[in-house]
Write a protein that binds this ligand. Structure first.
Ligand SMILES: *[C@@H]1O[C@H](CO)[C@@H](O)[C@H](O)[C@H]1NC(C)=O
Ligand SMILES: *[C@@H]1O[C@H](CO)[C@@H](O)[C@H](O)[C@H]1NC(C)=O
Ligand SMILES: *[C@@H]1O[C@H](CO)[C@@H](O)[C@H](O)[C@H]1NC(C)=O
Ligand SMILES: *[C@@H]1O[C@H](CO)[C@@H](O)[C@H](O)[C@H]1NC(C)=O
Ligand SMILES: *[C@@H]1O[C@H](CO)[C@@H](O)[C@H](O)[C@H]1NC(C)=O
Length: 527
């Protein structure tokens, strides 16, 4: 009896000794190498600066994002790197402009290539540094062969390879003009449905497989939400930090806000979609708060401004009306370098690290996400190339007000030389070397014009970009000289850089196709 008791005591002491040792060891490890943070980057599509309540009083469709701003940092002078999808996404994932990474306009359903393979994505760098990397949503950087996200650094992928209007579905969402369902009389497409993509149904990929074609637009948000929550929840089991890139379909047409609405309620349709998007962001934040609150940075931003041509189905540019242009026809919208085309709503959130309820007016860009995330993860960006983005950790965490001295807004519209440095921002000034506009709602588009001398707007007292500085004034001459110097420096730097070129060749046979024997590639037994 006595002997047994002693043994028991002894083993108990041994056991607690072992436990004690393990705990100590862990603590020492934590001290020497702190846990790397998780990153959740949420990119909204075609969202307007004025769509969020935090940016525009009176808009009350984004309570979760507004709360995130209250608990984090809101940005008022944050810009997408380009004014259309593919160039903006390529620049966010590489920290380099299209003039360097080669992606200067959008890829197509039949694009044989994508983001050049020797460009390095944020996912590739983080994966090599021990991160679990996942992407949900719209890729639009090439889907054929090695260009697919599963080959560009993502351990997991669920999403659409391009925009949600680039294929037919069985239950089309709201668009202008509205598009018919997949198996509609095909002859009709020639007559009035010219803008609709009809040949290939919209596919949903999981990793390298098409799991649904056509996909169900109306349940996509819920599917994305559940997948994001699962990835966040299972992070502990994996024992690795994670990088989650969520590229939403919202607010790009066709809108499919999950609840039945009548076409006659156009305002309600956009607002309901906005609420659905906001709810998705709220659910991601909630899961992140629940599982790893103090160790996760959430960064919400947009890929470009609203698609004004879609009228009631497009977002609000807020005060950034681009009046000089709209007075001459056309809109301040995506595809333009007017403020409405690239000034995007942006919020960052990291409890205990990013000061709560703060607003930053620093001049920043989506290009900065790459260097900042890498810096916070303590990993080096690949050398032998130059970057346009800057590490803005001090703005996020330490209240620094220093952003970019200057910022280029490349042409990513329909006409002209793609990638052109159309517009340059220097401090509060913005110089247009080329002006041009996207189609306005129901109106014409302003034609592209070279401006010599450039138009210079003072955004400090003219955020509407209505009246340029008098080009014969002393003030104009002084600003122009600085802008030219900055422009020459950037062009010189690009000339000396390793510059990649994307192959934009189209071959219809590479379109994603679940079942080539079906007329729109419909998956057999698919939903
Ligand atoms: C995708 O990859 C994940 C592993 O990251 C795996 O669990 C899942 O089953 C894969 N899905 C498909 C459809 O291959
Ligand atoms: C927040 O997340 C927790 C954990 O997943 C869940 O139990 C709860 O229902 C979520 N709340 C909301 C409002 O989504
Ligand atoms: C947030 O900041 C604003 C302006 O500085 C202030 O009026 C407001 O009370 C703050 N809200 C909270 C919840 O701290
Ligand atoms: C730009 O606007 C600011 C604010 O109104 C003003 O102080 C500044 O003088 C203006 N610059 C020029 C060149 O007009
Ligand atoms: C990628 O390869 C092309 C062709 O060899 C080259 O011109 C370019 O500089 C490379 N890009 C980078 C970032 O090294």
């Amino acid at each position: 009896m006595a002997v047994g008791f002693t043994l028991l005591l002894l083993s108990g002491a041994l056991l607690s000794g072992v436990l004690y040792h393990v705990t100590m060891h862990q603590q020492v490890q934590e001290k020497t190498s702190p846990r790397k943070p998780n990153f959740i980057i949420i990119l909204a599509d075609d969202i307007g600066w004025g769509d969020l309540g935090m940016n525009q009083a009176g808009n009350n469709h984004t309570p979760f994002l507004d709360l995130m701003a209250l608990e984090g940092m809101r940005f008022t002078d944050f810009h997408s790197p380009a004014s259309t999808c593919s160039p903006s996404r390529a620049a966010i994932l590489t920290g380099r402009h299209g003039l360097r990474n080669g992606v200067t306009h959008n890829f197509a359903v039949g694009s044989i290539a994508g983001l050049p393979l020797n460009e390095t994505t944020m996912a590739e760098v983080l994966k090599a540094a021990g991160y679990y990397t996942a992407m949900i949503g719209k890729w639009h950087l090439g889907h054929n062969g090695p260009y697919h996200p599963s080959h560009r650094g993502f351990d997991y992928y669920l999403g659409i390879p391009y925009s949600n209007d680039m294929g037919c579905t069985d239950s089309p969402g709201f668009d202008l003009p509205s598009c018919p369902p997949c198996d509609h009389d095909r002859l009709m497409y020639g007559k009035g449905y010219g803008r609709c993509f009809s040949k290939v149904a919209l596919p949903l990929y999981e990793n390298l497989s098409i799991v649904e074609q056509p996909l169900d637009l109306w349940t996509l948000a819920e599917r994305y939400t559940q997948t994001a929550i699962r990835i966040i929840r299972s992070s502990r089991e994996r024992g690795k930090p994670f990088f989650l890139y969520v590229a939403l379909s919202h607010m790009h047409v066709p809108l499919s806000p999950g609840v039945p609405l009548a076409q006659e309620d156009p305002g309600l349709i956009y607002a309901t979609s906005l609420r659905e998007m906001d709810g998705l962001v709220g659910a991601i934040k909630n899961a992140s708060d629940y599982y790893d609150k103090d160790n996760t940075l959430i960064w919400f931003t947009g890929d470009n401004g609203p698609w004004t041509q879609k009228c009631q189905f497009s977002g609000s540019v807020g005060p950034f009306l681009g009046k000089w242009q709209t007075d001459r026809g056309g809109g301040s919208a995506k595809r333009t370098t007017w403020e409405g085309g690239h000034r995007v709503p942006t919020v960052t959130y990291w409890p205990g690290k990013i000061p709560a309820n703060t607003t930053s007016r620093a001049l920043l860009s989506g290009l900065d996400i790459f260097p900042t995330v890498l810096s916070l993860a303590g990993v080096q960006a690949p050398s032998h190339r130059h970057y346009d983005g800057v590490d803005v950790t001090d703005v996020l965490l330490h209240r620094s007000k220093t952003g970019h001295k200057s910022l280029c807004h490349p042409n990513s519209g329909a006409a002209g030389q793609f990638g052109d440095l159309q517009t340059i921002r220097l401090g509060q000034y913005k110089a247009f070397y080329i002006t041009g506009a996207a189609d306005a709602c129901g109106g014409g588009s302003g034609k592209q014009e070279v401006q010599n001398p450039p138009l210079i707007f003072n955004l400090s007292d003219d955020e509407e970009e209505s009246s340029p500085l008098d080009s014969s004034s002393k003030e104009y001459a002084a600003v122009l000289e600085q802008v030219q110097t900055e422009r020459d420096m950037i062009l010189q730097d690009i000339a000396e850089d390793h510059v990649s070129h994307a192959d934009y060749t189209v071959d219809p046979s590479v379109a994603p196709c679940c079942n080539p024997s079906h007329v729109t590639c419909r998956c057999q037994g698919g939903s």
